[in-house]
Design a protein around this ligand. Structure first.
Ligand SMILES: *[C@@H]1O[C@H](CO)[C@@H](O)[C@H](O)[C@H]1NC(C)=O
Ligand SMILES: *[C@@H]1O[C@H](CO)[C@@H](O)[C@H](O)[C@H]1NC(C)=O
Ligand SMILES: *[C@@H]1O[C@H](CO)[C@@H](O)[C@H](O)[C@H]1NC(C)=O
Ligand SMILES: *[C@@H]1O[C@H](CO)[C@@H](O)[C@H](O)[C@H]1NC(C)=O
Ligand SMILES: *[C@@H]1O[C@H](CO)[C@@H](O)[C@H](O)[C@H]1NC(C)=O
Length: 586
C-alpha cells in the first residue's frame, strides 16, 4: 500500500519563527483548564488495595550526585536504593534551592513560575506568595483528592515569623517549617507549627529533632488512621551553615552531629578530569579563574568531609522513618522518594564551591523511589526533572494530570531502563538568572545568567548553553562526560541550528510545548496523521533530535533566528531575552 510519508508531504518551510515563539508561550492558554490523562501511564491500579497510596518524600538540600555523596549513605542504599529504582538522568532545571523547590511542587519551569532567586525581590517566600504558586499546585490537587499533607523542615528561604501564611495545600494538617534566619544553623534550629509561636532550640541537632518530630507525626497519622497522606521531611544537610550577620550572609561548612564528626577522615572531593583542571576551557567568568592553590584544595576536602558527615544523621533518619512506617503498617502502601533541590560542586572547573552552573555537578541530582509496583535495585536512565514530579505523583495516585504541567510523569512503573526514541522526555531547558557565588569565599559574578538545552537521547548526550555575555558553549557528554572541552567552534552548524531552534522553544515553553518542543517547530498535520494511521503507516513526525536532523530540514533550520540575551541582568525579564537576525556571526 502506497501512503504518503508524513515527513515528505509536509512543506519544509513549516512556520515562521515568531509563530514558534508565540505558540510556545501561549499554548497554555488554550489548555489551562482542561485535564488529560497522562499518555505514558495506563496502569493506574497496580495494587491489591483500592486505597490511594501515601507519599513520603525525603528532600535534602544541595546534595550532589556527581561528587558521590550517595555512596556514603549505607542506610539510604539499604532501604531505598536497593528496594527501589534510582533515576540516573534526573535533573533540576534551575540549580538553586528556591526555584528548584518551587518547580518540584508546581511542575513548572522557573520561566513559568518566575521564582528565580533565593532571596527577595526575585525569590524567597515573599516572591512565592506574590506569584500565587500555591493556588494550583501538587499539594492542593492532592488535598482535593482527600490527601492529608504534612511538612517538616526547610520549605524555602524567607519563611519568617512575619509571614504567617502557610502555603495552600500544606495549611490544613501539619505545617512545621524551619524559620529564617535559623534555617541553616545546625544546632540552633527554629520551627513554628501551623503558624503558631516560634519554637527555638539550642544545642540539639537539626536533623535529629526533625527525626523525633517526624516519628510523632507518623504515629499521629497512624493512630488517627489518616489515609492517604503526603509527608515531606526536609532537613538541610548537607547545605553549608549560613549566618546572617548585619545584613551580610556568611557561609561556613555544614556541621555534623557530634557522633559523626570523626568519620571519613581520609575522604577527598573526587579528582575528576574537571577538578581544578590545568587547562580551562570555559565561558569567560569561569575561564578567568586562577587554579586553586593547595590550601584552597585542602579547604575543599574539609568541606567535602563535612558534607558527608552532616548527611549521616539524614541516613539514620531514613532508616528510623522507614522502620516506623513498617511498624505502623503504613509501609506497603507508601511510595518513598529520596531527592534534593540541586546539586553541588567542589573544585569543579576551578570553582571553589557552590551550585548555580549548568554543569552536571549542579544539575544532575539524586532521585530514588520505592513503593508498590516499582522495580527493586534498578537504575533507570529515563530522563526526568523536578518539573516531572507532580505528574508522577498524580499518576501513581490514579489522579488526573493537569494539562498545564510542563512535564510528563516519570516512567517509574516501567521497571526497565527507558530512554531513546520513544522515551517521554529527551530535552529540557536549564535556566538561571542570578549572580554566581562561591560559598565560603567572597567571590561573586554577575555574568551567570544563561539558558541551556540539556538533551539525552539515542546517540546524543549534550549540553548547549547561551550565556548573557553572548558566549556559547557546546559539550558532547558522550565523549566528554565531565564537560571539560567546549567544542562550540568545532561543531557543525547543521546540529547547532537545531539546538538553537530547540532552545528558542524551551526557553518560553509552557505545558504541552515543554513536553513536546519539536511539535512547535514541526506542527503535526492531523489529516496526514489520520491518513497514515488508516493505512497502518507508522511514520511519525519530528519528535526527537534524530528526527529533526533529517537533511531535508537543513535549510529550514539555517533560516531560523537564534536566541540571545540583551544584557546580563539577574532576573527574568522577557524583553531581555530575544532572537537575533538570521545568519548573524556568532
Ligand atoms: C518576573 O518577575 C520579575 C520581578 O521579580 C518581573 O520584573 C518580571 O517581569 C517577571 N517576568 C515575567 C516574564 O513575568
Ligand atoms: C487526630 O485527629 C484529631 C481530629 O482531627 C486531631 O484533633 C488530633 O490532633 C489528631 N491526632 C494526632 C496525633 O494527629
Ligand atoms: C553588627 O553591627 C553592629 C553595629 O555596627 C556592631 O556593633 C556589631 O559588632 C556587628 N556584629 C557583628 C557580628 O559583626
Ligand atoms: C569559611 O569557613 C570557615 C569556618 O570553617 C570560616 O572560619 C571562614 O571565615 C569562612 N570564610 C568565608 C570567606 O566565609
Ligand atoms: C495537511 O495535509 C493535507 C493533505 O496533504 C493538506 O491538504 C493540508 O493543506 C495540510 N495542512 C497543513 C496545515 O499543512
Amino acid at each position: 500500500m502506497k501512503s504518503t510519508s508524513l515527513l515528505a508531504a509536509v512543506p519544509v518551510a513549516l512556520i515562521s519563527f515568531s509563530q514558534i515563539v508565540a505558540a510556545a508561550s501561549s499554548a497554555q492558554d488554550h489548555f489551562a483548564s482542561s485535564f488529560v490523562e497522562d499518555n505514558h501511564h495506563h496502569d493506574q491500579d497496580h495494587g491489591q488495595h483500592n486505597q490511594k497510596p501515601n507519599f513520603l518524600v525525603f528532600l535534602t538540600d544541595d546534595q550532589d550526585r556527581r561528587m558521590n555523596s550517595l555512596d556514603h549513605l549505607p542506610l539510604v542504599k539499604k532501604y531505598i536504593r536497593d528496594e527501589g529504582t534510582e533515576f540516573t538522568n534526573y535533573y533540576t532545571t534551575t540549580a538553586m534551592c528556591c526555584p528548584s523547590r518551587v518547580s518540584l511542587w508546581s511542575g513548572q519551569f522557573a520561566h513559568n513560575h518566575n521564582v528565580t532567586d533565593e532571596s527577595a525581590p526575585h525569590g524567597s517566600y515573599t516572591k512565592f506568595v506574590s506569584q500565587k504558586i500555591d493556588k494550583n499546585w501538587l499539594p492542593t490537587w492532592l488535598e482535593d483528592a482527600g490527601y492529608s499533607n504534612n511538612y517538616i523542615g526547610k520549605f524555602i528561604n524567607g519563611v519568617s515569623p512575619t509571614l504567617k501564611q502557610a502555603p495552600k495545600g500544606f495549611d490544613k494538617h501539619h505545617w512545621e517549617p524551619l524559620i529564617a534566619p535559623n534555617i541553616y544553623t545546625f544546632y540552633t534550629p527554629v520551627f513554628a507549627t501551623n503558624n503558631g509561636p516560634l519554637e527555638p532550640h539550642t544545642g540539639v541537632y537539626q536533623t535529629d529533632i526533625i527525626s523525633d518530630k517526624s516519628i510523632a507525626i507518623l504515629d499521629g497519622l497512624a493512630k488517627n488512621k489518616t489515609n492517604p497522606f503526603l509527608f515531606v521531611i526536609s532537613p538541610t544537610a548537607p547545605h553549608d551553615e549560613v549566618w546572617f550577620v548585619n545584613g551580610t550572609t556568611k557561609f561556613t561548612p555544614p556541621v555534623p552531629a557530634k557522633r559523626h564528626e570523626d568519620l571519613f577522615k581520609d575522604a577527598k572531593a573526587p579528582r575528576h578530569p574537571s577538578f581544578n583542571p590545568e587547562v580551562q576551557d570555559k565561558v569567560s567568568w569561569i575561564g578567568a579563574l586562577p587554579r586553586l592553590d593547595e590550601s584552597e584544595v585542602d579547604r575543599i576536602d574539609a568541606i567535602y568531609r563535612a558534607r558527608l558527615q552532616s548527611l549521616q544523621a539524614t541516613d539514620e533518619l531514613v532508616e528510623r522513618i522507614i522502620k516506623r512506617l513498617e511498624h505502623n503498617g503504613q509501609l506497603d502502601n507508601t511510595y518513598i522518594v529520596y531527592t534534593t533541590d540541586n546539586g553541588y560542586h567542589l573544585g569543579t572547573h576551578r570553582m571553589f564551591s557552590g551550585k548555580q552552573t549548568p554543569y552536571e555537578e549542579d544539575t544532575n541530582i539524586p532521585f530514588i523511589i520505592r513503593g508498590p509496583g516499582i522495580a527493586k535495585g534498578l537504575k533507570s536512565n529515563a530522563v526526568a526533572t523536578h518539573t516531572h514530579f507532580p505528574a508522577t505523583v498524580l499518576t501513581l495516585a490514579g489522579l488526573p494530570v493537569p494539562e498545564e504541567l510542563d512535564a510528563y510523569s516519570i516512567p517509574v512503573l516501567e521497571n526497565k531502563a527507558v530512554y531513546g526514541k520513544d522515551a517521554p522526555t529527551e530535552a529540557f531547558a536549564v535556566e538561571f538568572w542570578s549572580a554566581a557565588m562561591m560559598e565560603n569565599t567572597t567571590f561573586t559574578s554577575n555574568l551567570n545568567t544563561y539558558k541551556s538545552v540539556r538533551l539525552i537521547g539515542q546517540g546524543y548526550n549534550l549540553l548547549y548553553t547561551v550565556w548573557c555575555t553572548g558566549e556559547r558553549e557546546y559539550y558532547d557528554l558522550v565523549k566528554d562526560p565531565f564537560q571539560v572541552k567546549n567544542i562550540f567552534k568545532e561543531t557543525k552548524s547543521t546540529l547547532l541550528n537545531r539546538l538553537d531552534a530547540l532552545l528558542n522553544v524551551l526557553r518560553t515553553c509552557k505545558g504541552p510545548t515543554c513536553r513536546d518542543p519539536w511539535s512547535v517547530i514541526h506542527p503535526e498535520n492531523k489529516s496526514i496523521e489520520e491518513d497514515n494511521k488508516k493505512h497502518g503507516h507508522h511514520e511519525r513526525g519530528v519528535h526527537s533530535l534524530t528526527d529533526a536532523l533529517n537533511k531535508k530540514y537543513d535549510e529550514f533550520y539555517a533560516d531560523l533566528p537564534k536566541f540571545s540575551f540583551e544584557s546580563c541582568i539577574q532576573y527574568y525579564l522577557s524583553s531581555n531575552e530575544h532572537t537575533i537576525p538570521v545568519h548573524t556571526e556568532l
